[in-house]
Design a protein around this ligand. Structure first.
Ligand SMILES: [Zn+2]
Ligand SMILES: [Zn+2]
Ligand SMILES: [Zn+2]
Length: 335
C-alpha cells in the first residue's frame, strides 16, 4: 500500500510506493531503454489503462487508433483516487494515504520524434492536453497541487522512448513549491511586488540572459542557474494559474514556438541531452495569487548531482547563464 510520509526536519514529503517497484526495468537504469514493444503506438491502445482524454481524428473510437494526443492513467501509479484522502500519525511522524492522480500524456502517435522535431501544431496540442487535465483535476478539492512534467531521455528518468509527459496531482503542497512560495511571499511582503515580475523586468532591461521573447512570454537563463543551460519560461504579464491559458490559442502557440526553438538548440548545440521539463503553477491554497507566477523550468541533464550538492543544496554551475543565452539565443527576435 502506498502512502505519503513527511520528514519532520525538512518538511519534505515522500511518496513511499511499493507498487511502483513492480515496474519493469526497475534498478536497471544503466541498461538500454526497452524499446521492442511500445504501449504508446497505434494498435497497442489496449496495453494502456483506458484513456481519460484524447484529441482524435473525426469518427475514430475511444481506445482505438486515430488519436493525435492521448491521456491515460499511469499503469504503475504513485498515487490513486482508489482510497480517500486521510491524514494520520505514526508516533511523532505525519503521513497520509496516497490519494491523487498519476497520468501519462502521450504526446503524439509518432514513436521516433521529440519536441525538436515535432511540428509546432503538435506541440500546441500537447500543451492543450496539459491545460485540459489540469483544469479537470483542479475541481477535486482534496488536491492541493498538480505537477506536470516531462522526463526525456534515460538520464532524465524516462523509461519509455515514445514522447510522453506525466501529471502527478498531490493532496499536499510539495516541498519545492512550498519553498518557492515562501520566498515569493517574503519578497512580496517587503516590496509589495511579485518577485517573478521583477525578474522579468530586470531580464528585459539587461537582455544578457534572454533566449527568446514573444508577445506574451519570455524565456531566459535564470541569474542563479543551478545547471548548465537551465532555462525558465514565464508569461510576461503577472499570472499565477497555468489553467487560465485555456482557450488562448495564440498564447499556446507562442509557448510551442519557444519549446520548438529551445529543443532544436539543445539538439544542435548540446547533442540532444536528456532533460526534465517541469511546470510550476500556484497550489490550490488561499492568497497566493498576488505573488506566485506560473512558469516552466527546463533542466538539461548534462551533469550529475553529487555529494556537495546533496550535502548542501549548493550547486556548482560551469556554464554562466550569460553564456547559455549566447549559445541558445533566438537571434531574429531578441528584444
Ligand atoms: Zn512508441
Ligand atoms: Zn508576477
Ligand atoms: Zn519554479
Amino acid at each position: 500500500m502506498n502512502e505519503l510520509r513527511k520528514d519532520p526536519v525538512t518538511r519534505r514529503w515522500v511518496i513511499i510506493s511499493s507498487e511502483r517497484s513492480k515496474r519493469p526495468n526497475n534498478y536497471h537504469y544503466d541498461e538500454a531503454i526497452n524499446d521492442i514493444f511500445c504501449p504508446f503506438d497505434y494498435g497497442n491502445e489496449n496495453s494502456t489503462p483506458e484513456e481519460i482524454f484524447s484529441i482524435r481524428k473525426d469518427s475514430t473510437q475511444k481506445n482505438k487508433s486515430g488519436w493525435n494526443l492521448r491521456v491515460v492513467p499511469n499503469k504503475f501509479p504513485a498515487l490513486t483516487t482508489e482510497q480517500n484522502f486521510l491524514k494520520s500519525g505514526h508516533g511523532m511522524y505525519d503521513k497520509t494515504s496516497a490519494y491523487g492522480y498519476h497520468e501519462v500524456i502521450i504526446e503524439t502517435p509518432e514513436h521516433n520524434t521529440s519536441f525538436a522535431l515535432m511540428k509546432k501544431e503538435q506541440i500546441s496540442l500537447v500543451i492543450k492536453g496539459y491545460i485540459e487535465r489540469y483544469n479537470e483535476i483542479k475541481k477535486d478539492k482534496s488536491i492541493k497541487y498538480i505537477q506536470i512534467f516531462k522526463n526525456s531521455g534515460k538520464r532524465a528518468g524516462a523509461s519509455l522512448v515514445h514522447p510522453h509527459s506525466q501529471l502527478i496531482a498531490t493532496p499536499i503542497v510539495p516541498y519545492t513549491i512550498y519553498e518557492e512560495l515562501k520566498g515569493a511571499e517574503e519578497y512580496f511582503k517587503f516590496k509589495d511586488r511579485c518577485v517573478f515580475c521583477d525578474m522579468i523586468h530586470q531580464e528585459i532591461f539587461e537582455k544578457s540572459r534572454i533566449i527568446m521573447k514573444t508577445k506574451n512570454f519570455i524565456c531566459f537563463a535564470p541569474y542563479a542557474s543551478r545547471f548548465p543551460y537551465e532555462l525558465m519560461i514565464l508569461p510576461i504579464e503577472h499570472n499565477e494559474d497555468f489553467g487560465s491559458l485555456k482557450g488562448k490559442d495564440s498564447e499556446i502557440d507562442e509557448i510551442s514556438e519557444i519549446f520548438s526553438h529551445v529543443f532544436r538548440k539543445f539538439r544542435d548545440i548540446l547533442g540532444n541531452p536528456s532533460y526534465n521539463l517541469v511546470l510550476h503553477t500556484a497550489p490550490f491554497v488561499n492568497n497566493v495569487s498576488d505573488y506566485y507566477h506560473w512558469h516552466f523550468e527546463i533542466i538539461p541533464r548534462t551533469t550529475n548531482i553529487a555529494g556537495f550538492e546533496w550535502g548542501t543544496g549548493f550547486y556548482i554551475n560551469t556554464v554562466p547563464p550569460e553564456q547559455t543565452a549566447l549559445d541558445l539565443n533566438y537571434k531574429e527576435d531578441i528584444i
